[in-house]
Design a protein around this ligand. Sequence first.
Ligand SMILES: [Zn+2]
Length: 89
Amino acid sequence: MRLWYKRSTRGDKGLGMYCCNLLDQAIDRGILYYGEKSRIDDGRIVNDLDSEYFIRTASSRGYDYLGINYCPFCGRALSHGLWMAEKKK
Ligand SMILES: [Zn+2]
């Protein structure tokens, strides 16, 4: 499996770690969330993936966040968990 390795900088956004423009756009629109789990304070995390990327969807109270392992657009590995697993090999 090919992994996408995080770039440390991306333009003036600072924490840009996006594999493709479609993911970038989804995050800009608030459909996807990128960031640390601990910074999510307006909803709940639905699953337990070790990831910093989440699908964000409105629920009855705030938002539901669903962690994702792969980019839904280009299919590259995104999550911290997968990335660490690959490094251990
Ligand atoms: Zn992508």
